[in-house]
Design a protein around this ligand. Structure first.
Ligand SMILES: Cc1cc2nc3c(=O)[nH]c(=O)nc-3n(C[C@H](O)[C@H](O)[C@H](O)COP(=O)(O)O)c2cc1C
Length: 175
């Protein structure tokens, strides 16, 4: 445990330190996927996923403008959010690295969903979305989509906290 409180002012901003502070907020982990106009599948690991609206059903995620797949996601009509289960930490690490065809190694795990966006078989949940709004927010683009189809199952989630993967210990959670 840390013994001191770390305080930073915006005037002395350090992006890495800011990321460390954000890492105090535990999140789930997703693979966001889409099909490019030239039929290439793109996907990246993301923990910025969040719900927006229940009715109509809408979700958002933040796309780094420096991701190699950023132009594809910015222009894609459809995208899929695949929520990872605790057993898929390897997929998360794989999709967090830029690479040619990230899907080749896991070809048997995906099928084409709405608009061709790859959907992960065995995901804790998948949300197939029609891209509705894009807002520029600093070095990211906030992408908001309307959920046109979703699926979910009972699965222990993959959790990201303080820069590391973790699981949820339901046995010890207060009811
Ligand atoms: C746990 C975790 C969460 C991440 N969350 C996001 C995110 O929300 N948005 C994003 O654009 N990149 C996020 N990244 C980084 C991308 O996965 C990474 O930059 C990826 O290599 C981009 O792929 P690309 O260059 O093939 O487009 C995250 C990485 C990790 C490990």
């Amino acid at each position: 445990m840390w013994e001191e409180v770390i305080v930073r002012e915006k005037a002395r901003h350090d992006a890495r330190d800011f990321r460390t502070a954000l890492g105090c907020f535990p999140t789930g982990v997703c693979l966001v996927t889409a099909l490019a106009a030239d039929e290439r599948r793109v996907g990246l690991t993301a923990n910025s996923f969040s719900s927006v609206s229940l009715d109509p059903p809408m979700v958002l995620w933040s796309l780094s403008r420096s991701a190699t797949s950023a132009p594809v996601f910015r222009d894609a009509e459809y995208f899929a959010i695949n929520v990872l289960s605790a057993r898929d930490a390897e997929l998360s690490s794989h999709f967090a690295r830029s690479g040619e065809d990230k899907f080749a190694r896991f070809a048997d795990r995906f099928h084409g969903g709405l608009g061709g966006a790859p959907v992960l078989d065995g995901a804790a949940a998948s949300f197939e979305c029609h891209s509705r709004h894009r807002y520029y927010g600093g070095d990211h683009i906030i992408v908001i989509g309307v959920v046109e189809r979703y699926a979910y199952r009972e699965a222990a989630p993959l959790v990201f906290h303080a820069g590391r993967y973790a699981g949820v210990d339901r046995e010890r959670s207060p009811k």
